[in-house]
Design a protein around this ligand. Structure first.
Ligand code: ADP
Ligand code: MG
Length: 618
């Protein structure tokens, strides 16, 4: 038979990529603003017409591009920001995929003007649906201006999918807020249909917030500052009395990048516990700085989700920092009997001078003494009392692998050399007992015949839960636990629309709704596996996942729901697990249909064979 596989032409590949990168006008705004920031602009203007449907233009005073670069910038995977995959882990630019301009040019009319400072003249390029229409020398100020006109002109289905101007403008403004809040040191302006919407001079963070959200905001802000080894937090939370029913002004930035995290959001909500009226959401503007090596931002094309190495600890520090601020500013009761001592460590240390630790020395300590390995002791003593019959246990020991007999076996074998005997015995014992080991509260090491497995606990658990949920969703027989008191949760009308969309599927997982109103829902039952305290996290995560889902890329509500719920509920990295929990997790993982990958197709474990290990010791 003739060969049938062929490479897609570039403009088709670009259009497909555009589906991921450009969902709506706001996505273009985000990409263009980020490019301007990456180009070290100090002043950036955004011009929008008809909610971006006819024009989105970003003008910056950044470093501009050479003529060759200007041309190259529209090629797919053309980026000046990373050179190798390793660079992904020390990223300090917004972009890195080199896909944005190529994608935008595939689905719109684009006019680029750019000039580098040292050049006399600049370059102008017009490109329509990936076709270069013209390239000229122009007189233009230093920096870059990119105008994107007639978005989706060649994909009518996507164009028709766009919402009303009011909705699309809302999305653009949201994006503008996120970018401008992350960069108070850059001045921004935004104009819609010719009139000024925002004028934000370079300022400090508080002023930037006030310039965006209005003068009244100033008195509502409580500063949060925390500096630990793993995480620096700065920014503000809103005073509890100003909390609103709608979840409006909630911003997390990680290393200057806006992110969404239902889990971290929950950390803040829990810091406000007892201070808010029912259904009110606190506002927050928080910047988290972490080591870029400990995050993975590459998991979503629009990059609002981040995977942290140690989410669990971040949660604890964040919650504690916010609680502390609320307490310090006399907003919360200062004495907090509920305080989880673990979470307060940073403060405990902060105000204390260093004190010399007392050292206790056990002078009778002998590392070779049996006693030091606790499990073995009682059995071996009892054994020594009855030396008779030991030859029998020799055979038992060979037949059975039970701990007890193994031990007897070695005792007999090495009777003449007691010390050696006990060391061997105990090692066997430990091996028998402990087949898993948790590394850095992140990986589980499990021994297998050919070597070892290193399992990512979060991803593994996600896989397990995902398959469980999928089964429930398709079989539609999930168990539900009735809540003693119905749970009332508040949402915006946009969020309620989404809940309506997924209601039926949610019911198949075990959720029960008493009512869904305009701004709240009442839940009377939840899936057996879902603790009541997690319900709001799950729903928030789910809503944001549905919002983020690329509209027409084989959207399956069932799959999305299973993915989203497993993401919310899976044990986090940073969580310590008992031996039993570790083993259970490993067993459940390998009972899965697809144990090798997480629901988002990332590896759940890696193997290391004895051979590979041996080679490392050569
Ligand atoms: P990425 O930002 O991921 O590198 P883009 O497609 O957004 O990919 O941009 C491609 C390249 O074009 C960038 O790496 C950068 O070199 C250049 N570029 C884009 N916008 C600007 C700008 N406003 N100023 C200077 N250079 C730019
Ligand atoms: Mg970019």
């Amino acid at each position: 038979m003739a060969d049938i596989i062929q490479l897609l032409p570039d403009h088709v590949a670009n259009q497909i990529a555009a589906g991921e990168v450009v969902q709506r006008p706001a996505s273009v705004v985000k990409e263009l603003l980020e490019n301007a920031i990456d180009a070290q602009a100090t002043s950036i203007k955004l011009l929008v017409k008809e909610a971006g449907k006819t024009l989105i233009q970003v003008i910056d005073d950044g470093k501009g591009m050479s003529t060759t670069d200007a041309r190259l910038s529209f090629e797919r995977h053309a980026t000046s920001k990373i050179k190798s995959a390793d660079d992904l882990f020390k990223l300090n630019t917004k972009g890195f995929r080199g896909e944005a301009l190529a994608s935008i040019a595939a689905i719109a009319h684009v006019e680029l003007k750019t000039k580098q400072e040292q050049e006399e003249v600049g370059t102008s390029i017009v490109i329509e649906g990936s076709e270069i229409v013209s390239q000229e020398v122009v007189v233009t100020p230093k920096g870059t201006s990119i105008a994107v006109k007639n978005l989706f002109f060649n994909i009518p289905a996507r164009r028709n999918f766009l919402k009303s101007n009011a909705v699309e403008l809302r999305h653009i403004i949201d994006e503008f807020h996120r970018v401008t809040l992350a960069h108070p040191n850059i001045s921004f302006a935004m104009y819609h249909n010719g009139s000024e919407s925002f004028q934000l001079p370079e300022s400090n963070y508080r002023q930037r917030i006030v310039n965006i959200f209005g003068n009244k905001t100033n008195e509502k802000l409580v500063p949060v500052d925390e500096d630990t080894e793993v995480l620096k937090i700065s920014g503000f939370v809103g005073k509890p009395e100003y909390a609103k029913k709608s979840r409006g002004e909630q911003f997390f930035f990680v290393n200057d990048r806006f992110i969404k995290s239902a889990y971290l959001n929950h950390a803040i909500a829990s810091a406000f516990e007892g201070l808010l009226k029912d259904g009110a959401h606190p506002s927050y503007f928080l910047n988290l700085q972490v080591d870029p090596q400990t995050i993975d931002i590459n998991i979503h094309p629009t990059k609002t989700e981040i995977k942290f190495d140690d989410e669990h600890t971040l949660y604890a520090i964040l919650r504690s920092a916010v609680k502390h601020s609320l307490g310090q500013f006399n907003i919360a009761p200062v004495i907090d009997f509920d305080r989880d001592a673990n979470l307060d460590t940073p403060y405990g240390f902060k105000n204390k001078g260093a004190s010399t630790p007392t050292i206790e020395v056990d002078r009778s300590f002998n590392p070779f003494e049996e006693e030091k390995i606790p499990v073995a002791k009682p059995q071996s003593t009892s054994y020594k009392k009855e030396p008779a019959g030991s030859w029998e246990s020799l055979y038992v020991g060979l037949e059975s692998k039970s701990t007890k007999t193994q031990q007897d076996y070695s005792e007999v074998q090495f009777e003449s050399d007691e010390e050696t005997a006990s060391i061997f015995t105990n090692e066997n014992e430990i091996e028998q007992q402990q087949s898993t080991y948790q590394l850095n509260n992140k990986y589980i090491i499990s021994k297998v015949k050919s070597g070892m497995l290193l399992i990512d606990q979060h991803r593994a658990h996600q896989r397990i839960l995902y398959e469980d949920f999928l089964k429930n969703l398709t079989v539609k027989e999930a168990m539900s636990q009735q809540l003693l008191f119905p749970l009332q949760l508040h949402f915006s009308s946009q969020e309620i629309t989404i809940i309506h969309q997924v209601k039926e599927d949610l019911e198949h997982t075990g959720f029960m709704f008493a009512s869904i109103n305009n701004d709240s829902i009442e839940i009377t039952g939840v899936p057996v596996s879902v603790p009541e305290s997690e319900v709001s996290i799950i729903l928030e995560q789910l809503i944001s996942d549905v919002e983020n889902e690329v509209p027409d890329s084989n959207f399956s509500a069932t799959d999305l729901l299973a993915k989203s719920m497993s993401k919310s509920l899976a044990i986090k990295t940073g969580q310590s697990l008992s031996l039993q929990e570790q083993e259970h997790l490993v067993n459940k993982l390998f009972a899965c249909k697809e144990p090798n990958v997480s629901p988002t197709n990332r590896p759940t474990f890696v193997t290391m064979t004895m051979d590979e290990l041996d080679r490392k010791f050569l």
